[in-house]
Design a binder for this molecule. Structure first.
Ligand code: IPD
Ligand code: CA
Length: 263
């Protein structure tokens, strides 16, 4: 049997340890290095946080697989795989700007089963398990009640490759006249939690890695969001879409019309 409660407890515990580490280290002298491009940053705290999470998981669940942004890649034998981003929104972390978080998801034979996102500067931890609903600091959350597509508040994000960023910016410029407004806050994981708690009506982005969206996607889905790619399939690197059901069809149509997943 799938030990959902245990997975949730391990993820919540690992996220809490990481939140403490990030709060302790934010604003300290960080050695920042560039990763894939000059805008893609990583710090030693990203690596320390990843080690902390991996050690916590391995202590309880030594047979699980682990895939994490800063390089951990462990093949497991239990059927459970953890998908981890130790700091999603590293640029915000480096600047001390709110809107970064730790993102921890567990999949069972490829199916998302548990997601936890900790947002240190807002003092919020979002949790969800499949079929069990979504919570913020232990209290149930739900998507927004907005029904007018012209008023939609839509979060998005930009990748690191210059060509993709330019195209993503152009897409936003074309979308803007047909929606309420755009927010670019800097963490896909936190953005998906913002959909989950109704702080925005929707979120979309192309080119994400699994660890950016795995935890946030199950949290948004369990809060009642439509979570998919641009055509109703599973969210993927090509496209992640999450929206409250009342505005999802209108936004998906607008984005399809603009070939948003070709970016
Ligand atoms: C990034 C953030 C950002 C999104 C980028 C991601 P990172 O992750 O989620 O919001 O727009 O596409 O790569 O690099 O801060 O872990
Ligand atoms: Ca990330």
């Amino acid at each position: 049997m799938l030990p959902t409660a245990e997975l949730l407890e391990v993820a919540t515990d690992a996220a809490a340890l990481t939140v403490d580490l990030l709060l302790e280290r934010i604003g300290s002298d960080l050695s920042v290095v560039e990763k894939s491009t000059s805008t893609d940053l990583v710090t030693q705290v990203d690596r320390e946080a990843e080690r902390l999470i991996v050690d916590r998981i391995t202590a309880s669940r030594p047979d699980d697989g682990i895939i994490a942004e800063e390089g951990t890649n462990v093949e497991g034998s239990s059927g459970v795989t953890w998908i981890i981003d130790p700091i999603d929104g590293t640029t915000n972390f480096v600047y001390g700007h709110p809107g970064f978080g730790v993102s921890i998801a567990a999949e069972f034979h490829g199916e998302p089963v548990v997601g936890v996102v900790g947002d240190p500067l807002n003092g919020e931890t979002f949790t969800a398990s499949r079929g069990g609903g979504a919570y913020r600091n232990g209290k149930p959350i739900a998507v927004s009640a907005t029904t007018d597509p012209n008023r939609m508040l839509v979060a998005t994000g930009f990748g690191y490759e210059p060509e993709r960023r330019r195209a993503q910016g152009e897409l936003v410029a074309r979308l803007l006249a047909d929606i309420g407004d755009i927010r670019r806050m800097g963490s896909a994981a936190v953005d998906l939690c913002s959909v989950a708690c109704g702080r925005v009506d929707a979120y979309f982005e192309s080119g994400l890695n699994r660890w950016d969206f795995a935890a946030g996607a199950i949290i948004a889905a369990e809060a009642g969001a439509v979570v998919s790619d641009l055509h109703g399939g599973e969210p993927s690197r090509a496209f992640v879409f999450a929206a409250s059901p009342a505005v999802a069809p209108a936004l998906r149509d607008l984005l399809r019309h603009l070939d948003a997943d070709q970016i």
